[in-house]
Design a protein around this ligand. Sequence first.
Ligand code: FMN
Length: 310
Amino acid sequence: MSLKLGPLTLKNPWLLAPMEAVTDVGFRSLCGSLGASLTFTEMVRGSSFARENRSTLELVDTYDEQTATGVQFLTKGPDELEKTLKKFFELREQPSFAHFRNIKAIDLNFGCPNPELIEKGLGPAMVKRTAKMEALFSALAKTVDSHDPSIAVGSKIRLGLNQREMEFKVASRLVPAANANLDFFTVHAKHAGQRGSEPADWKELVELRDHITIPFIGNGGALNATDARRMLKETKVDGVMLARGAIQNPWVFRALAGDGSETPTKEEVEAAWRDYKERAQRFHTKQKYLDFHEENFERLIKGSLNSRLD
Ligand SMILES: Cc1cc2nc3c(=O)[nH]c(=O)nc-3n(C[C@H](O)[C@H](O)[C@H](O)COP(=O)(O)O)c2cc1C
């Protein structure tokens, strides 16, 4: 069941979500090797990237050419985005940034509920700004196409900033601009005021479905293989993006790919942790990622699937 995102063909409809401080190269490689067809770096601030801020550039740790990877940028407008993309294409010509050449997709983030970003009018605060979003989608499509048409372009949004915006269907107003410019459109079925523990509203995905003519990726509340298959079936999205379910158990991708059990053996988890650490050493992954993943690997080795995230 392959899925074509513009120029990019994915082997299946199961994607790993971008996650800050989580989706480093080692974790993406693990999920990719288990079956995730596309993975994403964590959110990268476009303004810092364009200024060549060192720690921002380090977030784009796309060293593994075997794992299909997209980069996700956060940006405030078309001018800044153009500067970010110009820098991206300029840097990837340099030997020290040759790993940027492994990037297969570029995504824009309008979902992060961080109050600091929202106060600045960024992220989900932009979903209602239809004209600005259209200008951003168009700038993304044109700039990427003029440099490298083999890269797929997309955007990940929430259903608005709050309940009111969700009820006013601000997300649906973006659909024509998405259809006209993007290769894929990901919708996290919550507004920015809804926390992790609250259920996602898949009905909103069903409503959007009929209007979206490009590949439509659903996200929110697919926490295991059963949920992910159910989201695909009930909402008729083209692909499903998993975040917390993948943290809790990366082997969810193996089950979804039809390649084995969702429950790994102790030996499989131990081998995966060894591989993760080897990559972390090779690619100079920061200790905070190792600390985060170690706790999950330990939990999986003990055979417990209880999440420590809500
Ligand atoms: C630890 C963590 C970090 C996240 N960081 C990002 C991010 O950098 N970019 C983004 O678009 N979403 C981010 N998200 C949101 C997820 O991509 C996803 O939309 C959300 O968790 C809902 O999916 P789920 O129900 O499968 O967890 C993050 C989520 C978590 C749990």
